[in-house]
Design a protein around this ligand. Structure first.
Ligand code: NAD
Length: 387
C-alpha cells in the first residue's frame, strides 16, 4: 500500500503522524511510505532521518494527497486558500487522524461525497484490546505531564519539602481536579516533584488509582450516578454541581497549585472553579486549566493565554502535546501503527465493519456517513441553513 504522511499546517501544531522508526516498520512490511517534505521538522525529525528509514520524500503536496492509498495526519485537515485539503484525496483513499467529526460537519460531508474512507482516532473505542491504538490516552499523558511542569514553573516556590541550613521549606500543595488519564499523569508528576497532592473526581471509582500514586482522594457524596458508559463522567445536575463546588472550595483555597482536567464527552467542560474560589486562594498561587480548549474548568480561563486574577496566575494552555512534539509524535505514531496492523492484518486493507474498533472509528466509507448521531447533526445543520 502507498502510505503517506502529510505535513500539519494548522497554527500551533508541531506533531507528525509517523516518526522514522515506525515508518521503517511499515517499509519493512513492504509498504511504499511517503513523507511530505518537512513534515517531521517541528518535532525534530528531519527528512534525512525518514529517508534513511526507506521513506520517499515528496515535495509536491497536491500529488502526495492525490496519489496515496492511506493518508496519515495528526489534526483535522483544513481549508486552504482555494480548496479544502480533503478535496485532494481520490475516491477509495483512506484518511486517518484526529478528525473531530462532530465539529467539522462540512468536511465529513465532503469526505462522504468524495468516497473517502475516514477513520477518526478519537473515536477508537476504549476497549482493552484497543489500548495500543488509544491516541486520546497517549496525548492526554503528555498533557498531564506538561501541565504539571507548567504549573511548577509558574509557581514561585519549591515543590518538595527541603531541610536546609537556611531552614525548612514546606512542600507545595497541589490539587488535581479530574483524575482521568491526564489527571493521573499530573498527579504522578507533581508527586515526583515532591508536592503534597490531593485529587478530586466525581467518579468514586478512581479513588484507588489516585491513592496508588501517593495522593489523597477528595470525593463527594452525590445522590445520582456519576459514571456513564465506558467509565466516562456524566454531566451532573445543578444540585450536584453545587454540592461539588462546596467541597472543592475548601480544598482549592488551601492549594498552591490547582490543575484542572475535568471533561464530559461531547459537552463543554464543566465549570468547577468560580471567581470566588480564585479570590480565596493565596496570592502567587497557580491554576493550570487543561480543559481550556473545551471551554475551561475555571471561570477566569482564557484559552491560549496566561492571566492574573486576584493575584492568582491562571494558565489556559492550548496545543499542549505540541509543546513536547517528539514524544507526543512517537506515541501517536505507535497508536497509528497499531491501528494500521489492525486494518491490514495481511498487509492489505481489510475493513471489517463487524469489528468494534473499525466500526467505532470509521466516520465515512463508500459514500456513506456511518454514525447515526453524525447523520442527525448533518440533517439538523442542513435544516438550519435552509431556514
Ligand atoms: P476525560 O478526559 O473524559 O475526563 C477527565 C476526568 O474528569 C474524568 O476522570 C472525569 O470523571 C472527570 N470529571 C468529569 N466531570 C467532572 C466533574 N464535574 N468534577 C470532577 N471531575 C469530573 O477522561 P479520560 O481520561 O478520557 O478517561 C475517561 C474514562 O475512560 C476513565 O474511566 C478511564 O479509566 C477510561 N479509559 C479507558 C481506557 C481503556 O480501557 N483503553 C483508556 C483510557 C481511559
Amino acid at each position: 500500500m502507498r502510505i503517506a504522511v502529510a505535513k500539519e499546517v494548522r497554527e500551533g501544531e508541531r506533531r507528525v503522524a509517523l516518526v522514522p522508526d515506525i515508518a521503517a516498520q511499515l517499509v519493512n512490511a513492504g509498504h511504499d511510505v511517503w513523507l511530505q517534505s518537512g513534515a517531521g521538522l517541528k518535532a525534530s525529525f528531519p527528512d534525512a532521518a525518514y529517508a534513511e528509514a526507506g521513506v520517499t520524500i515528496i515535495t509536491d503536496c497536491a500529488w502526495l494527497w492525490h496519489e496515496t492509498d492511506i493518508l496519515l495526519k495528526v489534526g483535522v485537515p483544513i481549508e486552504r486558500c482555494d480548496h479544502h485539503e480533503v478535496e485532494r484525496l481520490r475516491p477509495g483513499a483512506v484518511l486517518i487522524g484526529f478528525l473531530n467529526p462532530m465539529g467539522n460537519l462540512a468536511m465529513v460531508q465532503q469526505l462522504a461525497s468524495g468516497q473517502v474512507t475516514a477513520l477518526s482516532m478519537e473515536w477508537i473505542p476504549r476497549l482493552s484490546r484497543a489500548q495500543s491504538m488509544d491516541a486520546l490516552s497517549s496525548q492526554a499523558t503528555v498533557m498531564g505531564y506538561k501541565g504539571a511542569l507548567l504549573a511548577a514553573d509558574a509557581l514561585g516556590k519549591f515543590l518538595p519539602m527541603l531541610t536546609t541550613a537556611a531552614g525548612t521549606v514546606a512542600p507545595a500543595k497541589v490539587l488535581v481536579i479530574g483524575a482521568g488519564v491526564a489527571g493521573l499523569m499530573a498527579i504522578a508528576t507533581a508527586r515526583r516533584l515532591g508536592a503534597v497532592v490531593e485529587a478530586f473526581d466525581i467518579r468514586p471509582a478512581v479513588r484507588e488509582e489516585v491513592q496508588s500514586l501517593g495522593a489523597s482522594f477528595v470525593g463527594v457524596e452525590l445522590e445520582e450516578e456519576t459514571a456513564a458508559e465506558g467509565g466516562y463522567a456524566k454531566d451532573v445536575s445543578a444540585a450536584s454541581r453545587q454540592r461539588e463546588q462546596e467541597v472543592l472550595h475548601e480544598h482549592i483555597q488551601r492549594a498552591d497549585i490547582v490543575i484542572t482536567t475535568a471533561q464530559v464527552p461531547g459537552k463543554r467542560a464543566p465549570l468547577l472553579v468560580s471567581e470566588d474560589m480564585v479570590a480565596a486562594m493565596q496570592p502567587g498561587s497557580v491554576i493550570v486549566d487543561l480543559a481550556a480548549e473545551q471551554g475551561g474548568n475555571c471561570a477566569g480561563t482564557e484559552p491560549g493565554k496566561t492571566i492574573v486574577q486576584h493575584g492568582v496566575t491562571i494558565l489556559g494552555p492550548c496545543h499542549l502535546p505540541s509543546m513536547m512534539p517528539a514524544p507526543a509524535s512517537q506515541m501517536y505514531a505507535k497508536n497509528i501503527m497499531a491501528l494500521l496492523r489492525h486494518l491490514m492484518p495481511d498487509g492489505e486493507l481489510n475493513l471489517d465493519f463487524e469489528d468494534d474498533i473499525t466500526h467505532g472509528a470509521c466516520v465515512t466509507h463508500a459514500g456513506e456517513i456511518r454514525h447515526e448521531p453524525l447523520r442527525h447533526a448533518l440533517m439538523a445543520n442542513a435544516e438550519e441553513v435552509s431556514r
